[in-house]
Design a protein around this ligand. Sequence first.
Ligand code: PHE
Length: 525
Amino acid sequence: MANNSPREHWGSGIGFILAATGSAVGLGNIWKFPYITGENGGGAFVLIYLVCIAVIGIPVMLCEMSLGRHTQKNPIGAFGSISPESSKLSHFFGLCMLLTGMGLLLFHNYGMAVLMFVLGALVFAYSWRVVGFCGVFAGFVILSFYSVVAGWTIAYFGKALSGGLDFVDKVAAEQSFSSLVANPYYSIGCHLGFMFLCVVIVMGGVKKGIERWSKILMSLLFLLLFILILRGLSLPGATQGVAFMLSPDFSAISTNSVLIALGHAFFTLSLGMGAIITYGSYVSKDQNLFLSTLSIVALDTLVAILAGLAIFPAVFAFNMEPSAGPGLVFNTVPLVMTQMPGGIFWAGLFFLLLIIAALTSGISLLEVVVAAAMDELKIKRTPAVIGVGCIIGLLGCLCAVSVSDWTRVEWLHSGLTGLFGVDDASFFDFMDNIASNWLLPLGGISISIFVGWVWGTRKAVEEIRHGSHNFADVHLIALLAGLKDDPSHNSDYHVLTLAALWGIFIRFISPVAVMIAFLYNIGWI
Ligand code: PHE
């Protein structure tokens, strides 16, 4: 039985940081961030996104890490092992969900109402474990559309190698992308190819599979990114593109943009669904969780900004629309690169970068579900990986088909239209919306409320102190002033320490911020 063997751990601290950074840095940074920035007006959106990362991303990531390392369990088991049998707070949330469901019925939002009723009932039955369930469910949802986009990157890499990216103009580039997307067999083939790679790596286990490959792939990713940035900034439209990213135009911002920025902050840092709880459960006690969190967040943010800086100059140099949507990266990059000397080579490198970024994130999504299946259903890694891989493979096929032509899956189309009123948005958009705008923010608030109010900041900080010595207890002002070694600044615990600041964030600021954005989204404020 899988349960009888001791839990696997990362071989080294840097191995863990690279694996978690690999999870965070993905299509979210290089494919999604540039196009949502383009659609939401550029600089102002970047600013809001950075605020979300600082106010919500860092505190919630630390919550997930401490939960994972303390319990040494998958997300479902983690909540199960430290939540009280019956928690008043969870009953309160269960009731809120039932009431929200009734409210949604009044607004004729039947699909969401049913979801809320089911969730509310589950919360009454399973208390906080439901947060873990939702995380695992999000793993299925996200990987099924994520692997479709990852499949497109494989297709484009193939095209680059075979010289098929030599577009004469913008129209030809756009046509090439739409014909790829419209061909379900090709999309499905590439999606399954990507899933196969994820399955093979995750089957190797934590140390020999995920850690070994994350180390190799992440080193390659940083090298490729560095080369491509130098290339991007030497383009003629560079200054205009950089200005688009860095000068804020607040008139382009709507409340919806704030919600997208918030949802993306969770998505890009792999938060709100237990990926970091799962990776944290393989961490040893001597790892500094504070510094690990800061390094992962910093690297992820850096890659997103650099990807924007590499792509927008190209967009402006070739007079393309910055708000072109999901096709942005697939249309502009080949067009620009192939017109430069050695273009095919550069385009090939770029799509290789995307494949690598997607792969290290895909394996973390798969691992969340696999770890839960292994622990909770007591099955071994190999059958767990194969079973989960097949289910997600099938869901992904539906996503791929729905993007090409909804009418091929009419039952799904009419079902979703009837329940959720999704109209023209494909199953792919639907899955993305459910995950990024609902599951991850709600999961994120629940995790921070659980750590701040149920498990307790005190116990969480005790966990964080292992491996970070007195880092959490340093007087914040003394730290900024360079006086952290002066004992008179550290003796009094009524001062603002990093730990105290974190506690305030996870108990009040992060949940309230997410809640407000969330209520805006459903149109209640
Ligand atoms: N963070 C990944 C990205 O930016 C996506 C992801 C989300 C991975 C959630 C794991 C969990 O692409």
